[in-house]
Design a protein around this ligand. Sequence first.
Ligand SMILES: [Zn+2]
Length: 95
Amino acid sequence: MPTPMKSSNNLHAIYVYGQPLGVECKGCGRRALDFADRDLDGFRADMRELRTLRFVCSKCGSREWAGWLFINATERDAWIEGLIVSPVDRSRPAF
Ligand SMILES: [Zn+2]
């Protein structure tokens, strides 16, 4: 299962996990990957907190979001494809 972002997580965590940040809109449940086109090595020792990042949902306009961390590409892909259900849309986990 993906790891829910904690308020203490920073950009360095993205480097440690080695996968883009999962961003899920709390308004409509839209999911996206941030930093997917970035070299994540650049986030090493970057202590900026993830919760300070600003996202606006392109679907509903909400600025409230939940972050997810992935340990590998399989987990990341399952999440973006909606195979992993999160508490945001109040559904039960798919597995
Ligand atoms: Zn939305």
